[in-house]
Design a protein around this ligand. Structure first.
Ligand SMILES: CC(C)(COP(=O)(O)OP(=O)(O)OC[C@H]1O[C@@H](n2cnc3c(N)ncnc32)[C@H](O)[C@@H]1OP(=O)(O)O)[C@@H](O)C(=O)NCCC(=O)NCCSC(=O)C(=O)O
Length: 362
C-alpha cells in the first residue's frame, strides 16, 4: 500500500509541470483522474513514440486514469463536479483566469468541497505584471536570467536541454500539495496554492547570480567562464574531441590529481580565486586532457580519488551499469518506463504501470 493510497486527485493539467506532480502522487498510491479535453493532453503527441505511445507522455502519466470532459458543456461540468465532490486535491495548469471562466476557480471549488487542496501551476503566477503571459519552459528560463548563463562561446544562448522551470515547478508543487494535505489533516480545511514556474526557478539562482543579487555585474557563463573560470569546476576537451569534467571544489581533489600527474608545484594554484590567478593551471589541464581519449581518461581516473566525470550522451548515460543496478529504466512489453525517483524502503518492489489511453476511464 502506497503512502498516498486513499488520496484522490483531480488533475486538469497538461504538458509537464502538473503531470510531474501528479505522477509522483500516483507512484505512491494516489488515485489520479486526469481530465482531458477531446484533443487530449498535447504531450500525447510528442515524439518519440514506442509501443504506440509517446515515451514522454507515458513516463509522466503512468498509473493515472483518463476521462475526457468538455468543460464548456453542462454535461462535462457536471461530471467534473462529481469528481470534485470527494477529491482531496485539484490541480490545474492553465493561464490564470481560465479555470475561473470555466466555473472551477478556487472559490467555487472550495465552496463545494472545503477540504480540497487546490494547486494552480502557471508560468509566472496568478498575480503580477507577467501573470497572463503564455509561456513554456524556455521562456521562463529566459525571463529568470538562466538562459543568459547558458551561452556558447559566440554569446548565443543555448536552448536548454533540461526543462528546469517545468521540473522545478512540478517538484515544488508536489511539496506544496503534500504540505497542504498535512495541514488539512490537522485543521480539516483545504487551501489554495499558487505555484509559478518563475518563482520555483528564482531560488535556484542564488549561487550563479550571487553577484547580481548583491548589486554587481551579472555573471556570464560558457564552460570556460563557469564559476568565474575555476580550474576544478570546468569542462575539458579530450584527444578524441569528447569532453570530461572536473567537478570538485575541495583542495584535496586538486592535490590528488596534480600529484598523480607529477605536478605538485601547481597544487597551490587550486586554492587561488577562480579567474586569472588559475590561468596557468587551466592551461596545463587543457593541454593534459588533450593527450588521451575520454575513455582512456575514465580508465586512468578509476583508482584516483578525484571528482571527475566523462560527459556522456543520453544513450551512454542510460547504458551505465549504475542505471541498471538502481533499476532506473525498465523495459516491459516493448515499452520503456522510468522508475520513480522516490521509493521507500517499505514499498513493494516497483513494477511499471501503463499510462492511460485518452478517455480510457470515461
Ligand atoms: C501552455 C499555455 C502557454 C497554453 O496556452 P493556451 O493554449 O492559450 O491555453 P490557456 O491555458 O490560456 O487556455 C486553455 C483553453 O483551453 C480550454 N480548455 C482546457 N481544458 C478544457 C476542457 N476539458 N474542455 C473545454 N475547454 C478546455 C480552456 O477553457 C481555455 O480556453 P479559453 O478560456 O476559451 O481560452 C498556457 O496554458 C500556460 O501559460 N500555462 C501555464 C504555464 C505552463 O503550463 N506552461 C507549459 C509548461 S510545459 C513546457 O514548458 C513544455 O512542455 O514545453
Amino acid at each position: 500500500m502506497g503512502k498516498l493510497s486513499g488520496i484522490k486527485v483531480v488533475d486538469l493539467s497538461q504538458f509537464l509541470p502538473g503531470p510531474m506532480l501528479s505522477v509522483m502522487m500516483a507512484d505512491h498510491g494516489a488515485e489520479v483522474v486526469k481530465v482531458e479535453p477531446a484533443a487530449g493532453d498535447p504531450a500525447r503527441d510528442q515524439a518519440p513514440f514506442e509501443a504506440g505511445q509517446s515515451i514522454w507522455f507515458r513516463n509522466l502519466n503512468r498509473g493515472k486514469k483518463s476521462v475526457v470532459l468538455d468543460l464548456k458543456s453542462d454535461a462535462g461540468r457536471e461530471a467534473l463536479w462529481a469528481l470534485i465532490a470527494d477529491a482531496d486535491v485539484f490541480i490545474e495548469g492553465f493561464r490564470p483566469g481560465v479555470t475561473a471562466r470555466l466555473g472551477f476557480g478556487y472559490d467555487a471549488v472550495s465552496a463545494r468541497n472545503p477540504r480540497i487542496v487546490y494547486c494552480s501551476i502557471s508560468a509566472f503566477g496568478q498575480k503580477g505584471a507577467l501573470a497572463h503571459h503564455p509561456a513554456h519552459d524556455m521562456a521562463v528560463q529566459a525571463m529568470a536570467g538562466f538562459l543568459s548563463v547558458n551561452d556558447g562561446p559566440d554569446g548565443m544562448p543555448v536552448v536548454p536541454g533540461a526543462p528546469s522551470a517545468d521540473m522545478a515547478a512540478g517538484l515544488t508543487a508536489l511539496s506544496a500539495v503534500l504540505m497542504g494535505l498535512i495541514g488539512r489533516d490537522r485543521t480539516g480545511q483545504g487551501d489554495y496554492v499558487d505555484i509559478a514556474m518563475f518563482d520555483a526557478m528564482i531560488p535556484w539562482c542564488a549561487h550563479i547570480a550571487g553577484a547580481a543579487i548583491g548589486g554587481g555585474d551579472p555573471p556570464r557563463s560558457d564552460s570556460q567562464r563557469s564559476l568565474g573560470g575555476a580550474a576544478f569546476y570546468n569542462v575539458y576537451e579530450t584527444a578524441d574531441g569528447r569532453h570530461v569534467v572536473l567537478g570538485g571544489r575541495e583542495l584535496k581533489f586538486v592535490a590528488n590529481l596534480l600529484n598523480a600527474l607529477g605536478r605538485p608545484d601547481l597544487v597551490a594554484l587550486g586554492a587561488e580565486a577562480p579567474g586569472e590567478a588559475q590561468a596557468p593551471l587551466i592551461a596545463f589541464l587543457r593541454q593534459t586532457f588533450r593527450t588521451r581519449s575520454r575513455d582512456q581518461w575514465v580508465a586512468w581516473f578509476a583508482d584516483k580519488d578525484v571528482a571527475f566525470s566523462p560527459v556522456l550522451d543520453f544513450r551512454e548515460a542510460l547504458a551505465e551499469p549504475h542505471v541498471a543496478e538502481r533499476g532506473l529504466v525498465v523495459e516491459m512489453g516493448g515499452a520503456h518506463h522510468i522508475a520513480p525517483p522516490i521509493r521507500f524502503a517499505g514499498d513493494a518492489p516497483w513494477a511499471p504501470r501503463p499510462a492511460p489511453e485518452l478517455g480510457a476511464d470515461g
